[in-house]
Design a protein around this ligand. Structure first.
Ligand code: BDR
Ligand code: CA
Length: 311
């Protein structure tokens, strides 16, 4: 069983990734940390607690960064995820308070207490991870590994022709995380743009898992509408779930190892470029994916979500 902390900005595909992780018995989610991105950080925290409520979990949720380290904040992704983060799903009152620690403190403390055991799965801008490295550089040694949804190394971007949203929202943080001496896997648009599912897939999940399925069906409608109208796909990409699945099923992904550079300003800001000549620890960049394997794992796991909640 992999012990993981998910750093997240929920967000609709974040909600999918979290419910997937909660439902997979091969994963033990020991906490969540939140970051600005799809929505303001306070909204992300409220939504993250609501997701734990739906799954019947009381794991800690520690709030993190409200803004990027250096750049002027970009607008939130209302048109993709809705102002409240879950499309037209109305905002919910969380059942409990957030953790008293900041996300950076939480990440450092929990990895220190479980050296070599915790995988950090980051599916939002990388600000909290960079702040954690600043707060206690030993986290690079204490964490087992880091799996990131972010970047577009060979593929084009999604927010600009060059940049993927999570990296674009805090390129300086991304560079700090890529340069640290820890085991980093990048699950970017190079692979996530091959993995999608549609409303029929979610309706099928609901047949097996009526409560969590219904929630995902409701929130996905807005997200899928965005993709259908603006990207021209019948369905939506499974960005954040793909990063979670890369932890449990790494054989679905083919990686190339190289150090990474992030463009920090100008037209190409947020672009991630492999630089084999650069000194430093290489990043495992996912470039090929068994898309059917990822999709099947995602849907079959979610079908067990209500049962796992009730176990
Ligand atoms: C990433 O950006 C966010 O909008 C999604 O939640 C995902 O983490 C995709 O580029
Ligand atoms: Ca996200």
């Amino acid at each position: 069983v992999h012990k993981i902390i998910i750093d997240t900005d929920p967000g609709i595909d974040d909600a999918m990734a979290l419910h997937h992780a909660f439902a997979d018995e091969r994963l033990d989610v020991v906490g969540l940390t939140t970051v600005f991105g799809n929505v303001p950080v306070k909204t992300a925290t409220r939504n993250a607690i609501h997701l734990t409520d739906l799954a019947g979990l009381k794991i800690p949720v520690a709030e993190g960064a409200a803004t990027p380290m250096t750049i002027t904040p970009n607008p939130h992704a209302d048109f993709v995820h809705g102002v409240e983060g879950f499309g037209d799903y109305p905002p919910q009152v969380p059942s409990r308070e957030k953790d008293t620690r900041s996300a950076a403190e939480f990440l450092c403390e929990v990895t220190k207490a479980n050296p070599g055991e915790i995988t950090i799965c980051a599916v939002g801008p990388l600000t909290n991870l960079a702040l954690a490295l600043e707060h206690d550089p030993e986290i690079a040694k204490n964490a087992k590994k880091v799996v990131i949804m972010g970047g577009a190394v060979e593929a084009p971007g999604n927010v600009t022709p060059f940049a993927e949203a999570n990296i674009w929202n805090d390129p300086h943080a991304a560079q700090v995380v890529f340069d640290a001496d820890w085991d980093v896997t990048l699950v970017g648009l190079d692979v996530t743009h091959s993995v999608s599912c549609n409303m029929d897939d979610f309706r099928d999940v609901t047949k097996h898992s009526p409560d969590i399925g219904k929630f995902l069906e409701q929130v996905s409608e807005y997200y899928i509408k965005f993709y259908t109208e603006n990207v021209g796909v019948d369905g939506c990409y499974l960005h954040d779930p793909a990063a979670v699945i890369a932890i449990t099923d790494p054989e679905f992904f083919e990686v190339k190892e190289a150090p990474l550079n992030t463009i920090l300003e100008g037209d190409e800001v947020g672009n991630t470029i492999a630089d084999p000549a650069k000194n430093g620890r290489p990043v495992k960049i996912c470039l090929e994916v068994n898309d059917q394997g990822v999709k099947d794992t995602f849907l079959s796991t979610l079908k067990k979500a209500d049962a796992r909640r009730d176990a």
